[in-house]
Design a protein around this ligand. Structure first.
Ligand code: GN1
Ligand code: MG
Length: 370
């Protein structure tokens, strides 16, 4: 519904026509997203995306928006060079009437707008290997488009975002504080996460020693952060650019597998339904490697299974940390939502461990032969 609050916000943006519709799009755990319809003078209608930015998670709003504007301008240049449509191939920020990239209302809420990407939707579970190959290609292409972007000029919008050892420290702090008295209930999950602590520094160590390179990465490569054309099943546009920062290709590869190669929703509670689909793993790897042909080092590809495992165990401990801390970070739909999400992710971790040899074998086949 087009509330007075939203009308007031929309008035600040450089829109041509009159807003006539508003519908909440309930995707994502952090920001709030709306589809806005605007009626032009000639009677035609145009859609936009309006987002309320969660400033607890993103207190550095100017930095987040500066990254997004610069990264999308860079990608638009690449799209133009390739003769592709720069309005559907990446996000387009709608500025305020003043020219700024976001609006702060009287209550200090932060708002931003984008052009709506037509004829595309998001998926929570992947429909086919073909679709996931295309998603892999899209995320690989995103990274390739930013390969010549100077990483040192990008703000770190959330510090240590994929620093798993630091995430583990925070998890331990939440267990020790146990502010909601929930630690007893999750003793086996706590044990599971602790048993694996020696492996949490595998990627941070590889980056620190230069064994794998630092790149400009997306860092939140969930399947539902790609717009897909439902008619063709092909990826159209990578969205949710809040966490574009210097990182590792393993983060983007791994987070995409964690979410998109899972057989079930991220909060499926029947854990017998939750496992990693090796057919989807293979399809994504194929698309990702194809888009990044020649750009990835052999060692990065070799470490893909570590990326998938790490991103899954990391978000598992983040969901559990949030549950222990009273659900202050991820938006929840019911009281134990974060616990269910954590259990689901830890089940996926177990399954990746069971299938480790197979995942490594699939991965090795993508390392170029000398
Ligand atoms: C959040 O914003 P969204 O829903 O795409 C989170 C990711 C997690 C993901 C888990 C800024 O992503 O890091 O992997 O939830 N984003 C942030 O589903 O913390
Ligand atoms: Mg997000």
């Amino acid at each position: 519904m087009l509330t007075q609050e939203i009308k007031t916000v929309l008035h600040e943006f450089a829109l041509q026509g009159e807003p006539c519709g508003c519908e909440e799009i309930k995707v994502g755990h952090i920001n709030r997203t709306y589809k806005i319809t605007v009626r032009n003078m000639d009677g035609s209608e145009q859609a936009y995306i309006l987002q309320w930015i969660n400033s607890t998670v993103f207190p550095k709003t100017p930095e987040v928006m500066s990254n997004i504007v610069r990264v999308t301008s860079h990608i638009k240049e690449k799209l133009r060079e390739a003769g592709k449509d720069e309005h559907t191939g990446t996000l387009t920020v709608i500025p305020l009437r003043t020219g700024e990239s976001y609006y702060t209302d009287e209550d200090n809420n932060k708002w931003r707008m984008f052009e709506f990407i037509p004829d595309a939707i998001t998926y929570m579970v992947c429909e086919s290997p073909d679709m996931f190959r295309s998603v892999g290609y899209a995320f690989g292409e995103f990274q390739r488009q930013l390969a010549d972007f100077d990483a040192s000029t990008l703000y770190e919008t959330i510090e240590d975002f994929h620093n798993t050892p630091k995430r583990f420290d925070n998890f331990e702090k939440a267990v020790a504080a146990d502010v909601c008295g929930r630690a007893g209930e999750v003793a086996s999950e706590i044990r599971f996460i602790r048993e694996r602590k020696n492996r949490y520094s595998v990627i941070t160590d590889a980056l620190a020693s230069g064994r794998i390179p630092l790149r400009v990465t997306h860092n939140d490569t969930k399947l539902n952060n790609v717009m897909i054309d439902p008619k063709t099943g092909q990826a159209v546009c990578v969205v949710d650019l809040d966490t574009v920062m210097p990182g590792s290709s393993l983060y983007d590869f791994g987070d995409a597998i964690r979410f998109g190669a899972s057989s079930a929703d991220e909060d499926e509670t029947d854990l017998s339904k939750v496992f990693v689909r090796t057919d989807l793993y293979e399809a994504f790897t194929e698309g990702f490697c194809e888009a990044l042909e020649g750009a990835l080092t052999d060692e990065e590809i070799r470490m893909f299974p570590d990326g998938a495992w790490m991103m899954t165990v990391e978000v598992g401990m983040r969901f559990l940390t949030d549950y222990l801390s009273g659900d202050t970070y991820f938006r929840i739909g019911y009281p134990k939502h974060n616990l269910d999400r954590a259990r689901n992710q830890l089940k996926l971790v177990s399954d990746m461990e069971t299938k480790e040899a197979e995942l490594r074998r699939i991965t090795e086949s993508f390392i170029p032969k000398p």
